[in-house]
Design a protein around this ligand. Sequence first.
Ligand code: RIB
Length: 285
Amino acid sequence: MRVAVLGSVNLDLVARVAHLPRPGETVGEATLARHPGGKGANQALAARRLGAEVQLLAAVGADGAADEALALLRADGVALDWLQVAQATPTGIALIAVDAAGENQIVVAPGANATLALPEPAAFAGCDALIGVLEAPVPTVAAAVRAFPGFVALNLAPALPVSADVVARADLIIVNETELAAQGQALLDRAGLTALTLGAAGAELWQGGTRIADCTPPHVPVVDTVGAGDTFVAAITVALVAGLVPAAALRFACAASALAVTREGAQPSLPWRAEVDALVARTDW
Ligand code: RIB
């Protein structure tokens, strides 16, 4: 299976704090870490670790942050042949605070991500699936969705307006509760599949206004939820394109994202196929 991911690359600057700051509050005694991130890059690496060949279509700056942000993609063999390098715009940076319970707040300075142009058709050649995420410019994602002939998964994150024809074209849309509220409940009435993620409560799959599957994830120790949603997006796409029925694909994605929350960082936390298969096979959840 070959997957194209059109999305963002960020360097995540992650402060672990006792509690997340309220407006106007300064929280001290944080520890700081730097991790590769960005929703597109995270989804690309997750799909790769789950067994797909992956082409990442994204933009970075001509700077050291790009080298840090791309390190794990390179190490795990995500193809970067069509990476766009903006000469005058820095690589995207995400400022992330993670509290003791693993909850997070994220502020993104998109930098080069905002310059991403629609790649040539050759960039999508041979790909069975396209994953698009809205940290790339919405017009670029929309143009790719309209042009792509194969399976289209669209992650409407962050919550931004998207044309109705693009929503209708997607075979699979993935949203969390905030993103669903922004798009409207009618999203669940689409002819295509819509996956709704519910955090620790799991996820649901909807089609034509009917909830066709749901999944309660296994109980796991939560260390850091950053990247769990991206893991879910990649996993359910890989599973559906591989031919799993919707309920099985949802269980696979719930298992993958449950593993991701047990480890720190976005990309360092992304699970490998064997771990996910082992968790899916367990009968105690
Ligand atoms: O979904 C998690 C990602 O959101 C982080 O890696 C951060 O870069 C932001 O884009």
